[in-house]
Design a protein around this ligand. Structure first.
Ligand code: MF3
Ligand code: CO
Length: 254
């Protein structure tokens, strides 16, 4: 499938999906504290998604067994919720969620502190989020895709961290993963020209140490090879002739 340009009607549905997803994240964030399990977060997320009549897009996607990806500390993404995995004070936890509203998708991720965390870990979370905002400065019709990638990579590396290369962002619409791939590092070339109506899930995954990752025996959980921490931040973004519109972001929420 090639890159899809969304109509105004489709964009309106994606806006609603994104607004709902922002609430899902906000509700999950509210329950995060030491002592809860990663399954508790999944349960809350799924409950809120369904309360809006939406479908959790990750559930059963390529066999993924839950609604929310919950990734703790050195887990980069795709952590599987587990009632025995209890969050501890000082952990960081990345929550990745996707909803389908009337056939249209939104996908976003946030990384949270569990109780009090170190300054160092807070900085990792902050730089990861900021790298997304550095990237989307270039998310504008007429620019080329890898300008976004390059801006994210430069910002992350200038701050002493590394970007994961084995996983990338993606186009999104009626499908969770559409073309194009959106790397968080600059490949050769400049990538496709951005056009109004393109919708992209831009999602830097940032490691405190080296960029290399591997996958655990469960075939899902991606962890850093050096066991250092990792953070994730993602929004579904609409390309326009002017400023990008962040479909899954609400300034009043998280
Ligand atoms: N947000 C992730 C992505 O963009 C998570 C999807 S993985 C899933 O690919 F399998 F859990 F759906
Ligand atoms: Co995504």
């Amino acid at each position: 499938m090639s890159v899809t340009i969304k109509s105004e009607h489709e964009i309106e549905l994606m806006r609603e999906a994104g607004r709902i997803l922002a609430v899902v994240h906000d509700e999950m964030a509210k329950i995060i504290r030491p002592g809860i399990s990663t399954m508790d977060i999944n349960r809350k997320g799924e409950e809120v998604i369904r309360s809006f009549g939406c479908i959790p897009s990750f559930l059963n996607y390529n066999g993924y067994p839950a609604a929310i990806c919950v990734s703790v500390n050195d887990e980069v993404v795709h952590g599987i919720p587990d009632k025995k995995r209890i969050l501890q004070e000082g952990d960081i936890v990345s929550l990745d969620a996707g909803v389908i509203y009337k056939g249209y998708q939104s996908d976003s991720a946030r990384t949270h502190a569990v109780g009090e965390i170190s300054e160092e870990d807070q900085r990792l979370i902050d730089i990861t989020k900021q790298s997304f905002f550095e990237g989307i400065k270039f998310a504008k019709a007429g620019n080329h895709l890898f300008e976004i990638s390059k801006a994210i990579q430069n910002f992350v590396e200038d701050n002493g961290y590394s970007v994961v290369r084995d996983l990338v962002g993606h186009g999104i619409g009626t499908q969770l993963h559409e073309e194009p791939q959106v790397p968080n590092f600059k490949p050769i070339g400049r990538g496709m020209k951005l056009r109004p109506g393109m919708t992209l899930a831009i999602e830097p995954m940032v490691n405190a140490g080296a960029f290399e990752v591997w996958v655990l025996e469960d075939d899902w959980t991606v962890v850093t090879r050096d066991s250092m921490k990792s953070a994730h931040y993602e929004n579904t973004v609409l390309i326009t002739d002017g400023e990008p519109e962040l479909l899954s972001y609400n300034v009043d929420l998280i």
